[in-house]
Design a protein around this ligand. Structure first.
Ligand code: MG
Length: 430
């Protein structure tokens, strides 16, 4: 169709643009069109990866990221990252790298927006608690499962959400393409031994290798690390957990100052220094990855069309930068993430999550109607799935929802708890 010389950029036109403009090692949308768990007709004017990205943005799990904590309670400042703003930063960094390398931006964006959908309430702690429950490590607590049921990891949970738990289309899940599903699963280290999960569609996930088979997915995995390193450092400085003098001992910070031509004495306040530092650190790390990856690709010596799947990780930091970003990472874990002010309410958050689990095990009728009906009508198969279904529900909660649900249930069933009202109020205002 053509009107006044303008022509619709339909799906075929988009495919032609990708074919003509992307690098030979990029993952093209056209090839992924039929790579879905459930076959479906292509969209008239969106490519397969554009469609995947849009489905993630319109999912309920995506909207809940807004109220899930990254590291800090947002009650202590509007500018601390949440899972949602973290996700958006990962998408931005991924797209910058993808565009510079001639990769498929739509694919990187879809993977980035979906990578953390499986994160639990209460940051890292929530993941540890659900993992303990589903490994049978809490079997001495009443109502807890006794055996190893496969554990819990947020990247598996992200895949479980997009494959199964979102209910919006004729089939279960979002029915994303395999390259997006694989990228979501492998954005963080994959432990193949842990793959004992029920209802996992292994097709298209390339379980024969730990690393993602597309460069677009490898980009997201490393962009996630850059976003974490830089925003956790900035948030830690803002919270006063680390001082500017301390971070200036890090070699990467010294490089950032040198690279940006600034010094701490150039600024009137810490705020301006923090901003300049974060900006420059991201720039150094992103630039390093682009240059290193191009170098690695140039020695691959493959012909056009012979690139995917990639058997090993090519998107990486250089040998010069890698130890420095590792040093920064260790500094952040030691001085920010594992510090007392961040972990202050961990014990209470743990008790909230354990109490929620025990309550749902004792009173499954308190679960949402669709989960309860699935348990009640599922027979023996459902028996084995009950702990997983309960953890699916808890993992999906935002911090705030988990606290409200806890308050409601302890009241309804007269449950004794050591979590006092004052703590709940502090947690709630996050
Ligand atoms: Mg992440």
């Amino acid at each position: 169709m053509s009107t006044h010389g303008f022509k619709l950029y339909d799906r075929e036109k988009r495919y032609a643009i990708e074919q003509a403009s992307l690098a030979p090692y990029a993952c093209l949308s056209a090839a992924a069109e039929e790579q879905r768990i459930w076959p479906e007709k292509p969209h008239p004017y969106r490519t397969a990866f554009q469609r995947d990205r849009d489905r993630i943005i319109h999912s309920r799990a995506f909207r809940r990221l807004k109220h899930k904590r990254q590291v800090f309670l947002t009650s202590t400042g509007d500018h601390y990252r949440t899972r949602l703003t973290h996700t958006m930063e990962v998408a931005q960094i991924s797209r910058t790298i993808a565009r510079a390398l001639g990769l498929n931006e739509d694919l990187t964006e879809a993977i980035a927006l979906g990578h953390d959908l499986g994160h639990t309430p209460f940051g890292h702690l929530g993941e540890y608690v659900l993992n303990d429950i589903l490994l049978g490590k809490m079997s001495d607590h009443p109502g807890m499962p006794a055996g190893n049921l496969g554990g819990f990891k947020h990247n598996y949970q992200s895949l479980r959400i997009v494959d199964l738990l979102e209910l919006k289309y004729p089939n279960p899940g979002l029915n994303l393409t395999h390259p997006v599903r694989e990228g979501i699963l492998k954005h963080t280290r994959l432990k193949r031994t842990a793959i004992s999960w029920p209802e996992l569609h292994s097709e298209g996930l390339h379980f024969e290798q730990d690393s993602p088979s597309t460069l677009e997915a490898q980009v997201v995995a490393i962009a996630d690390e850059i976003a974490q390193r830089t925003h956790d450092l900035e948030d830690g400085l803002r919270a006063g957990l680390v001082s500017i003098a301390e971070v200036r001992d890090l070699e990467l910070v010294r490089r950032a100052e040198e690279d940006g031509g600034f010094c701490v004495t150039d600024f009137e306040n810490a705020y301006e220094y923090r901003n300049r530092l974060t900006h420059r650190l991201i720039n150094i790390l992103v630039g390093d990855i682009i240059a290193t990856t191009l170098g690695s690709l140039s020695v691959q010596g493959k012909s056009t069309g012979d690139w995917c799947p990639f058997r090993k990780t090519l998107v990486a930091f250089s040998e010069g930068i890698d130890p420095l970003q590792n040093e920064l990472n260790k500094f952040i874990y030691k001085n920010i993430i594992f510090r007392e002010p961040v972990k202050r309410f961990d014990e209470q958050a743990r008790e909230i999550l354990v109490t929620l689990y025990q309550n749902y095990a004792n009173h499954p009728e308190d679960l949402p109607q669709n989960i309860y009906a699935h348990m009640r009508d599922g027979g023996a198969q459902s028996e084995e799935l009950i702990p997983r279904l309960i953890c699916d529900h808890i993992a999906g909660m935002s911090d705030l929802f988990a606290i409200h649900e806890f308050e409601k249930l302890i009241d309804r069933h007269d449950i004794r708890t050591s979590v006092d009202a004052n703590t709940l109020n502090k947690l709630k205002s996050g």
